[in-house]
Design a binder for this molecule. Structure first.
Ligand code: CDP
Ligand code: MG
Length: 732
């Protein structure tokens, strides 16, 4: 019925508003002066003050500087006119002039730290140079180049394949979780850092690689940090292997120190002057301020004079901004030049990703709406204006509760500098920070904390144990994780039965390590053997891994979509079972796109789930679990419980839940199918923190299962204890 559908929408809107409010980090709100001519579209303008010019802005190459200065604002139009071939373009990159020196340095040193401004050609060119210089010739050895982000791995591989004139997946390929686009022919392999970590499991000496490039090292992702320790170790074992650590930050000494004083190869930057503009006063709503600033720039800056890059925190925000921009542009109609909107985030389909690199048509301007990915991993040519609200999503982990969450937080000063630098790559640029200079100087941290110090480590500890690395405290970390996090990871793996009481890998643990999933989900799969329902559990695992966008809800059809959604829950208080039902119904339809449309299910997500499921099926075979299917949904729930028993929660009188062990108060996410009739006991897949801690993907369970399935974790009293009396938090 329409009523509940609306309640859900309102709830969502309210939530969103609360998040916005909570982001009001920087004092009170003060709107800028009203700009008369754009009143219609801008309501209130955002007022900026120009501040310091970035240090170190003298271009390293005088010829380029002169050319750029002469060209002035026309530089981009000129670049577009020039019908440069890809090969010519390659030669204009800063790294090109140093090609011979670089190859010489690589020949002379086993380990080399390569440092260069973003966009200088490190990622796309160096692997090609190595290929041309013969590093891939003998014995068909490969060059690996790791990337912290999936999208970067894919898009860079596509670019390099194009430059080499080969089909993607032949000589040049990429490998990301659940997607291997390589073949027998592949000699240059871009991959996520997490995938290289997994390759150690199959090939502990990385024997098929002649060179390993750990790229974007400055990002210090969890997987990259673990790789540092592992590749340092195998470099000692394999004198024939070359190791390059490549980074965009100038502070490379830390990398050099870690890799036994490895020499640093610097690629001189080619960065033009960037004018920094700060808001006069803090902005209350950065989304609104960002939209207004983009439009202000589009209207007031000369047309065809350069594109805009706006940094946002995630897909939802990007979609919101895209929609608002489209609406406002529609109102303006022919009054302003065309503005081409290009979103880029991790889940964007590959065919749309390519679009961000296409130049805007003559006379039009492009605005790229990007996450952190455009900070250093991806370089988009033609950007002249950067709009930086100063926020990003960061993972945070509380080892005490074991809770990991994604939070929107202010960026570091180093990030803000990187973002600004993106506007001065091919000519002088401007950066508009939606916060004050005072905020920049006094409120931002210097650097981001490495991910290893704010993550749940269960997954990497399991991988390291599977590699035979037992002494984790003695592991060669660049920055060690907190002892508490390591301990918590060991405890978690012990509770899951992956480690024995001496901390050694068990047979269950060995099987779990084969799956590129969170250990809890891997455990559910391994446990499905016992409950005779491996087919069902890998379907659920695939659906959970394929992304959150299973259903879509067009605004005008909410009543229908919500009814269709409830259909998949029929009689089961379980989002997991609903996911299973969706997949099975789709499979029965012959994997039909038509069925997806009629059921308001995203076909793209389903196709991905099918891919993931196929791969999980192959892994099941590898760990020798026979495919088995059960119609007993309790069996399926028990298998899920075997992985997620730590996520058990009990309903309170006021409608909230309390986590059984951590005693934390949590809530059913309004998008959950069990939100209308919350069960007394439930488990959840994950927590998302918005205004409250919400449980996403919730399934009813029986409390006695907890004691039966995880007797070392739960005692009778945990589940028998009478529900605590609690005052109703009445909204009366
Ligand atoms: O790694 P680094 O930041 O040093 O530079 P890069 O990623 O190798 O980028 C070098 C050049 O390739 C830039 O001019 C990019 O615009 C271009 N590129 C591209 O056009 N399309 C891609 N998918 C990746 C890079
Ligand atoms: Mg790069």
């Amino acid at each position: 019925d329409g009523k509940t559908a609306n309640a859900y929408t309102e709830q969502e809107a309210w939530e969103e508003q609360q998040i916005r409010k909570s982001r009001l980090q920087f004092g009170s709100m003060d709107r800028g002066r009203r700009g008369d001519e754009y009143e219609l579209l801008l309501d209130d303008g955002v007022e900026f003050v120009r501040s310091t010019v970035m240090a170190g802005t003298v271009p390293a190459d005088d010829d380029d500087a002169a050319a750029a200065a002469a060209a002035g604002d026309e530089y981009q139009a000129e670049a577009m006119d020039t019908k440069a071939t890809l090969q010519d373009e390659r030669k204009t990159l800063p790294v090109y002039k140093l090609k011979d020196d670089l190859l010489k340095a690589i020949a002379e040193h086993q380990v080399l730290i390569v440092v260069g401004e973003t966009g200088s050609g490190k990622t796309t060119q160096i692997p090609q140079y190595l290929h041309e210089a013969g590093y891939t010739a003998e014995g068909r050895k490969k060059v690996a180049c790791t990337q912290p982000r999936r999208v970067a791995a894919m898009s860079v591989a596509a670019r390099v394949a194009e430059e080499m004139g080969v089909k993607l997946g032949d000589e040049v390929g990429y490998s990301i979780r659940f997607e291997d686009c390589t073949s027998e022919k592949t000699v240059i392999k871009y991959m996520t850092d997490g995938m290289l970590l997994r390759e150690f499991l199959g090939e502990p000496d990385l024997g098929s690689y002649s060179v390993v490039v750990v790229d974007e090292a400055h990002e210090r992702t969890l997987a990259t940090d673990i790789l540092f320790g592992l590749v340092k170790d195998i470099a000692r074992l394999r004198p024939d292997m070359k190791l390059l650590i490549s980074s965009a930050t100038l502070n490379a000494d830390k990398f050099s120190d870690f890799f036994d004083a490895a020499p640093i190869f610097r690629i001189p930057g080619r960065r033009f002057e960037v004018g920094i503009h700060y808001t006069v006063a803090p902005e209350a709503d950065y989304i609104d301020a960002a939209v207004v600033t983009v439009l202000q720039l589009h209207v007031t800056e000369p047309p065809g004079g350069g594109d805009i890059l706006l940094f946002l925190t995630g897909q939802e925000e990007i979609e919101t901004v895209e929609e608002i921009l489209r609406q406002r542009l529609r109102v303006l109609g022919g009054m302003v030049a065309e503005l081409v909107i290009c979103p880029i985030y991790a889940n964007l389909p590959a065919e749309l990703q390519a679009k961000i690199f296409e130049p805007a048509p003559p006379g039009a301007r492009k605005v790229v709406l990007a996450t952190n990915i455009a900070e250093t991993s991806l370089t988009i040519d033609g950007i002249k204006y950067v709009v930086d609200p100063g926020f990003c999503k960061v993972k945070s982990y509380n080892p005490r509760t074991g809770m990991e969450s994604l939070l929107v937080a202010p960026v570091s000063r180093a990030s803000a500098e990187q973002r600004a630098g993106r506007s001065g790559r091919t000519g002088p640029g401007k950066c508009f920070r939606l916060y004050t200079e005072y905020n920049f100087v006094s409120d931002l941290d210097d650097d981001a904390v490495p991910e290893i110090q704010r993550s749940n480590l269960a997954s990497v500890v399991l991988a390291l144990k599977a590699l035979g690395i037992n002494d984790l405290v003695g592991f060669d970390f660049m920055d060690p994780p907190p002892a508490e996090s390591l301990l918590k990871a060991l405890e978690e793996l012990f509770a899951l039965g992956a480690l024995n009481s001496r901390g050694e890998l068990t047979k269950t643990g060995r099987r779990m390590a084969e799956f590129p999933l969170d250990p809890m989900l891997s455990k559910a799969i391994v446990a499905s053997e016992r409950y005779g329902c491996s087919e069902e559990v890998i379907t659920i695992a695939a659906m959970l891994s394929a992304g959150n966008a299973v259903f879509y809800r067009p605004r005008d059809k909410r009543v229908h979509t919500d009814a269709a959604r409830r259909g998949f829950h029929a009689g089961n208080a379980s989002d997991h079972v609903a996911l299973l039902n969706v997949y099975n119904a789709w499979a029965e339809s012959g994997y039909s796109p038509q069925w997806c449309r009629e059921s308001f299910v995203q076909h793209r997500t389903m196709r991905r789930a099918r891919d993931v499921r196929d791969q999980l099926g192959a892994l099941l075979e590898r760990v020798e679990i026979a495919p088995c299917s059960s119609a007993d949904l309790d069996a399926v729930r028990k298998a899920v419980t075997a992985g997620y028993f730590r996520h058990a929660a009990r309903l309170q009188r006021d409608g909230s839940y309390r986590a059984v062990k951590s005693r934390q108060t949590v809530f059913v996410h309004p998008s959950s199918g069990v939100a209308q009739a919350p069960p007394r006991w439930a488990l959840y897949h994950e927590l998302v923190l918005t205004t409250k801690e919400y449980m996403r993907q919730v399934t009813e369970l029986k409390p006695e299962w907890l004691v039966e399935i995880a007797p070392h974790y739960y005692e009778r009293k945990d589940v028998d204890e009478p529900e605590p009396k609690k005052m109703a938090v009445a909204a009366a």
